[in-house]
Design a binder for this molecule. Structure first.
Ligand SMILES: Nc1ncnc2c1ncn2[C@@H]1O[C@H](COP(=O)(O)OP(=O)(O)OP(=O)(O)O)[C@@H](O)[C@H]1O
Length: 246
């Protein structure tokens, strides 16, 4: 499976926010989208997911536009999600909606169980989503997207509310699911070091453009300075590059 974003342009009220975005990803890839606030990262996810319609350019999955099957192809977790009067179990079951008939069948329930187990949410499966912590809620919305069994998982700052342990758990799971199920994960992140640890590919955005893309090697002190205006060293700890601001 291949995702190709080709020449995507988008404007809000006439001001250009995405300018000719082009990249490709393949089954199993974890792609980190990096860049400063306002670079256009969330807008890019929303264009891929067809929530926003690009002014120009196309999003192709295996060479075709997605059309009516958006929810079967893309699982999207926005930056902020609220809880409501629904249990964690039901919230995750909602992810099955694009595949479900009127009622959930055995397979739907089995997938929900499996995902709850994977995300460590079984313990709170019957709690209301408005009575759980921000971090737990974040895991629930990711679990819902996984229950959707998407080909492409679009995650907007998924580790935002999470403590250190949960940040690593979530990123490890995203990576595991990508590798085991061949899902393409596109993850907007602010923590460059978390990205370096878990992503295979990097898209670095500034002012609506991709200014660098490729493997870990694209993250250089020069790039960090250009994108964030920060002087930094890149050290290696146990073989993993770590950005250390000076
Ligand atoms: N609904 C909107 N209407 C008008 N302008 C918008 C809207 N949403 C975003 N923008 C503008 O588009 C630009 C890109 O925003 P976007 O949210 O895509 O950036 P981002 O890289 O995800 O930022 P952050 O890291 O802060 O989440 C910003 O200048 C923002 O102010």
């Amino acid at each position: 499976m291949k995702l190709r974003v080709d020449g995507v342009e988008f404007s809000y009220n006439g001001s250009a926010v995405l300018k000719g975005i082009t990249f490709e990803a393949e089954a199993g890839d974890v792609v980190a989208v990096l860049g400063p606030n306002g670079a256009g990262k969330s807008t890019l996810l929303r264009c891929i997911n067809a929530i926003l319609k690009p002014k120009r350019g196309v999003v192709l999955v295996d060479g075709k536009t997605v059309g009516g099957d958006v929810a079967k192809v893309f699982g999207y977790v926005p930056q902020k999600s609220g809880g409501n009067f629904m249990t964690v179990f039901d919230a995750v079951l909602l992810g099955r909606k694009p595949h479900m008939g009127l009622r959930p069948n055995e397979r739907d329930l089995q997938i929900v169980e499996e995902v709850l187990g994977l995300m460590g949410l079984k313990r709170i499966a019957l709690k209301m989503t408005n009575k759980i912590s921000g971090g737990e809620l974040q895991k629930v919305v990711i679990a819902r997207a996984l229950a959707q069994e998407p080909k492409v998982l679009l995650l907007d700052e998924p580790t935002n509310n999470l403590d250190l342990k949960s940040q690593h758990e979530v990123m490890r799971l995203v990576r595991q699911i990508s590798k085991e199920k061949g899902v393409i994960s596109i993850v907007v992140m602010h923590d460059v070091n978390l990205a370096l640890r878990y992503a295979d590919k990097f898209l670095v955005m500034k002012n609506g453009e991709i200014i660098a893309s490729g493997g870990r090697e694209v993250i250089t002190p020069g790039l960090i300075k250009e994108v964030y205006g920060v002087d930094a060293h890149i050290e290696h700890v146990r073989g993993i590059p770590v950005v250390v601001p000076i």
